[in-house]
Write a protein of this length. Structure first.
Ligand code: SF4
Length: 403
């Protein structure tokens, strides 16, 4: 597996695979071919179908700032190796000087066709939960020690900056009221939810409104193209920060304890990314929000001192009960159902961590098995439900007056 840094990327929303991935591919080409006088970018698959709604074109123009670039949205080509494909060609004196195909594989990561992964390098020999657990048990070490043993020395400094950004994004989202851009006319709700929570007398409701407000704050910032942290993607960026923020404020966990929980959640996201997918275009929303829910449940278990078996159980239940979750963003925007779904998953993460605390022993389904199942299910999903905005809510929304 790669570093957990790859799970937590700080950057602008609204979509890690549609903005961060293409942006880094374009920046790489600009760096590799400084003599190019112009570039041509062809977007294919989901990038072509929902690229405008996800602001892919804006990310590309920003990446090539100062250099002319033509963007072609090719929605016709079907038999793609990856649903998020982009081709970048560079020219000098109208002569072709470079021609590369990239895949935006989710969470902002990219791969280049015909070469090894260009960004990531393996830092963990293990790729399944069972292997990680064996190393921890045989070496009598905690999962955090396992992470320290494999990552570079700066990893916890990096995770501290991740946590700081997560908090900044929530504070920033809570302070805004504007309509979210994109044309749906969606009003921000984070502040309203937060105010409601302050006035609520019932403790359980207060708790749930507050957690929801935090999830909305991040997701609304993401939908507005502001800075967020992928966890594991932009579309699902609201889930994990919401539970961590609530835990810090209401249970008093220190920044160091929160950062350790982030590290554990990162391993969960990493296992999914390595063995299945965290890309909505590849496997639907189960891969994005389902994984985020698993990460958040695992983080909660870690914060409350539960065992590795309980952490595994919580993450497993989260994936299992998000199996088949489709991706059908209305107008290709990361707004409906995405924002609300982040809040729903954050609330669910609490219930699953509680459930796992009790029912973890003698489980028949392992985390590794459910991750594999999620991947198979994702491959079986019609492409209408994989970030093409062609099915489900995305297709029926236009006729919503009939319902
Ligand atoms: S529905 Fe889920 S996978 Fe699709 S764009 Fe929204 S958050 Fe991402």
């Amino acid at each position: 597996m790669n570093s957990i840094r790859e799970i937590y990327r700080i950057g602008r929303g609204p979509s890690s695979s549609h903005t961060m991935g293409p942006e880094s591919a374009c920046k790489l080409m600009k760096r590799l071919y400084p003599i190019a006088e112009r570039f041509e970018v062809t977007l294919l698959g989901s990038l072509a179908k929902t690229g405008v709604g996800h602001r892919t074109d804006y990310a590309i123009y920003k990446a090539f700032e100062g250099i002319p670039v033509d963007i072609i949205f090719n929605t016709e080509e079907q038999l793609l190796k990856h649903p998020n494909t982009l081709k970048i060609r560079g020219f000098k004196n109208d002569n072709l000087i470079c021609d590369y195909t990239f895949y935006s594989i989710g969470g902002g990561a990219i791969e280049i066709e015909g070469s090894d992964k260009i960004e990531n390098k393996t830092v963990y020999s293990e790729s399944r939960f069972r292997d990680v657990e064996n190393v921890c048990m045989n070496g009598n070490i905690s999962i955090c020690q396992y992470i320290k043993n494999n990552e570079d020395k700066e990893i916890f400094i990096y995770l501290n900056s991740v946590w700081k950004q997560m908090k900044d994004t929530i504070y920033s989202g809570l302070a805004k009221f504007q309509t979210i851009p994109g044309g749906l006319g969606l009003k921000r709700r984070a502040n309203t939810l937060y105010d409601f929570a302050q006035k609520e007398k019932d403790y359980s409701k207060k708790e749930r409104y507050t957690i929801s407000a935090y999830a909305y704050a991040t997701s609304e910032e993401n939908a507005s193209g502001e800075v967020i942290v992928t966890a594991p993607t932009c579309g699902s960026a609201g889930v994990l920060p919401a539970v961590l923020m609530y835990e810090q404020q209401h249970s008093g966990f220190s920044d160091d304890e929160i950062v350790e929980a982030l590290a554990v959640a990162g391993i969960i996201g990493n296992i999914v990314k390595t063995n299945a997918s965290i890309s909505g275009a590849e496997c639907g929303c189960q891969a994005e929000v389902g994984t985020a829910c698993a990460m958040a449940s695992a983080a909660l278990c870690k914060l409350h001192g539960l065992s590795l078996k309980q952490i595994e159980c919580a993450a497993e239940i989260a994936i299992e009960h998000n199996l088949g979750l489709t991706c059908d963003p209305v107008k290709g925007l990361v707004q409906i159902p995405c924002i609300e779904r982040n809040a729903a998953a954050a609330l669910q993460a609490y219930d699953l961590a509680n459930l796992a605390e009790v029912i973890y022993y003698n489980k028949k389904v392992s985390f590794d098995l459910v991750v594999k199942t999620m991947f198979e299910t994702g491959k079986d999903l019609s492409c209408r439900y994989r970030e093409t905005a062609e099915g489900g809510l995305a297709s029926l929304f236009n006729n919503s007056s009939k319902f």
